[in-house]
Design a protein around this ligand. Structure first.
Ligand SMILES: O=C(O)c1ccccc1N[C@@H]1O[C@H](COP(=O)(O)O)[C@@H](O)[C@H]1O
Length: 212
């Protein structure tokens, strides 16, 4: 079975077209103003209209309040919310109930001590995203191009679908899949020529690597 790919941080039509043409299963829009990949609600709404049926449109938010989520969900046709902040399991459940959309919760992993959180979130989210933990003081909670030690999750499984993220590139994807057994992967900076600028050739190479 092929590995499903999410291309995150799409902020213009060219990047979106590259992700669609290459065969991405999910496309992500970042609603976090500090990110070089941030989009406005209006930009995301326009881009979402260009996404063919069958490709899931994901909104990435970081500790968003209800007013922010109301605005995004009200304007952008979405298939999933990705929570990439310090949302508690209770907040994850609340957002899931309030918007009726599948929720994917990102959990940062740097050591064995971080693995328990994955079990807690797997009990309340529709999917979990296993990402590298951002370094202390980092401006962004994700999208830093950092990988974690994949051996930490080798053989681990959860009761919901999960995605691997963090520092993935066309060059290391095969090894990451082999070491973790991931069937879904998420990438942002590893397919860019500069922060926020998706590179069509890298996007295509990443999807090729996912197909093995
Ligand atoms: O991409 C961003 O700018 C971003 C901002 C805030 C939170 C998460 C963000 N990206 C997510 O981080 C992981 C890993 O990204 P990378 O491939 O290491 O660059 C991925 O899930 C992105 O969706």
């Amino acid at each position: 079975m092929p590995v499903s790919v999410k291309i995150c941080g799409l902020s213009d039509k060219a990047g979106l077209e590259a992700a669609v043409a290459a065969g991405a299963r999910y496309v992500g829009f970042v609603f976090f103003p500090k990110s070089p990949r941030a989009v406005t609600v209006e930009q995301a709404a326009a881009l979402a209209l260009e996404v063919p049926m069958g490709i899931a449109k994901v909104a990435l938010v970081v500790d968003a309040d209800d007013a922010t989520l109301d605005e995004i969900v009200g304007a952008v046709p979405l298939d999933m919310l990705q929570l990439h902040g310090r949302e508690t399991p209770e907040r994850v459940a609340e957002i899931r109930a309030r918007y009726g959309l599948p929720v994917m919760k990102a959990v940062g992993v740097a050591s064995k001590a971080d693995l328990a959180a994955l079990d807690s979130y797997a009990a309340v989210a529709d999917q979990i995203l296993v990402d590298a933990k951002a370094p202390a003081g980092a401006a962004l909670p994700g999208g830093n191009g950092l990988a974690f030690d994949w051996r930490l999750i080798a053989g681990r499984r959860w009761p919901v679908p999960w995605m691997l993220a963090g520092g993935l590139t066309p060059g290391n994807l095969a090894e990451a899949i082999e070491k973790t057994g991931a069937r879904q992967v998420d990438v942002s900076s590893g397919v860019e020529s500069a922060p926020g600028a998706k590179d069509a050739a890298l996007v295509a190479a990443f999807l090729d690597a996912a197909r093995g």
